[in-house]
Design a protein. Sequence first.
Length: 301
Amino acid sequence: MINTFAGFMAVVFWSLSIPLSRSLTEKLGSFHTAGLACLIGGSLPVLYYLAVHRSQFRTLLKFSPKYLWICGSTFILYLVSLYIAIGMAATRQQIVEVGLINYLWPTFILVFSIPILKYRATPWLALGIMISLSGIVMADASMNKEDFSLQNLTDNIGNNFLPYFFALVAAITWSIYSNFASLYAGLSSKLTIPLFLFASGIVLEILSFSFHEKAAWDMTTSIELLVLAVFPCVLAYIFWDMAMRKGNVILVTSFSYLTPLFSVIATGIYLGVTLVTGVWIACALVIAGAVICNFSMKKKA
């Protein structure tokens, strides 16, 4: 029961990443925020194992090259794409839309499980994907307080295309990572995620330096960064691992479909964005589409 509850908490912690990241990127820059959070988040578990399990540390550093290159590269690309999307969003309201696109990852995980994990899908999968995508379209129309039309959607994407593109890349790369992490589960170790986080932090800090980002520090910024590093970057992954190893996997996975809803609520409260009725309907569509996709999947052939 405790391990299953830990999985629930992981979903809640991940939902905090979008509003916290946006608040911090306005003060520190997108890449610098992500880089520091990943460096801090990746360092804490490594320091813990060095202090408490020093004798096992060398063993924990042994990875399969296949796992390292496939899972490591997609993990890093996911984080870089996500923070580019957050940083390039022109307004706080667009963060809601970017978050919804990013949280299509449960649907994409199911789609990529067909070629990677050899699952079979029924025709309901296509319906689930269409419903999820319609939720994104409705969110776009609702947040811009306009009646939806293809012309409005085209104009919105044309005016600020990149954050939506990178949010989609983040969703796709996370789904690819998740499938290969499952496929190569026996080739990983307890230090896999911390080291991937640390490597991602280095890449993001290099990008921050290249783009000459300027930081404006205060007490609130320091607290927000620490919360981002500890909860979404460290504890969420540790709790998720606990749930996958010893909890109710089916229940926790089903609960993860609520991630976009929790994210929208957290973003609205923390950033002061008014969430109109259309956004709630959009969230319901994204969740419903993901659930339909889940039930459309059959066991491995």
